[in-house]
Design a protein around this ligand. Sequence first.
Ligand code: COA
Length: 172
Amino acid sequence: MSIQIKQVEQHDVIILTLLARITFTEAFGYLFTPEELKDYLDKTFTVAKLRESVAKSNNRFFLAIVDELPVAYAKLKLHSPYESLPYHSPAQLQKIYVLKEFIGNGIGEKLQETVFREAEKNNKSILWLAVWEENHKARKFYTRYGYHKESTYGYGIGEKYFTYDIMVKHFQ
Ligand SMILES: CC(C)(COP(=O)(O)OP(=O)(O)OC[C@H]1O[C@@H](n2cnc3c(N)ncnc32)[C@H](O)[C@@H]1OP(=O)(O)O)[C@@H](O)C(=O)NCCC(=O)NCCS
């Protein structure tokens, strides 16, 4: 399987938005009522919102392409301080999602490596992320790449409340 990674440009935003909506639904849709899910997707992943987000110099979005198909994406936020972390200007891996059909093929690995390179290119020494404590596959994936848990936080979507692990990767 040949996996290409490309940085998202404005003309990719429609496909990025669709990918974001589908991958979230595939991964976590079962946790919500249809109304809660639709409300979350409509608030979080609209073409207009993602157009704005892609245009910000603080953000980097990457698409993974397999046989010409966009199958995964990641979002890196370069300056993303978080109050319970004692670091100056850490970067955040805000999203990394692979279409269900393509999980387990090393696509997440390629995206993760691209995010590391981009963070290092921007002189970042800390990268953090929030992962739902029950998302064991993702937590294992992050641990493999050198992240470790430093904190927790809680967040509500609709009627549901989730606890997240805050995991941090230190670059040398
Ligand atoms: C977490 C996630 C991004 C990882 O991406 P991925 O493409 O599945 O990751 P990789 O393929 O690089 O590695 C994952 C697994 O595939 C295995 N793998 C890696 N390369 C492989 C290959 N060429 N062939 C088969 N398996 C492979 C890895 O060993 C790993 O196995 P294990 O975790 O079962 O031990 C992906 O699972 C995902 O999108 N999950 C749903 C959304 C989600 O939870 N996102 C994170 C929110 S915080």
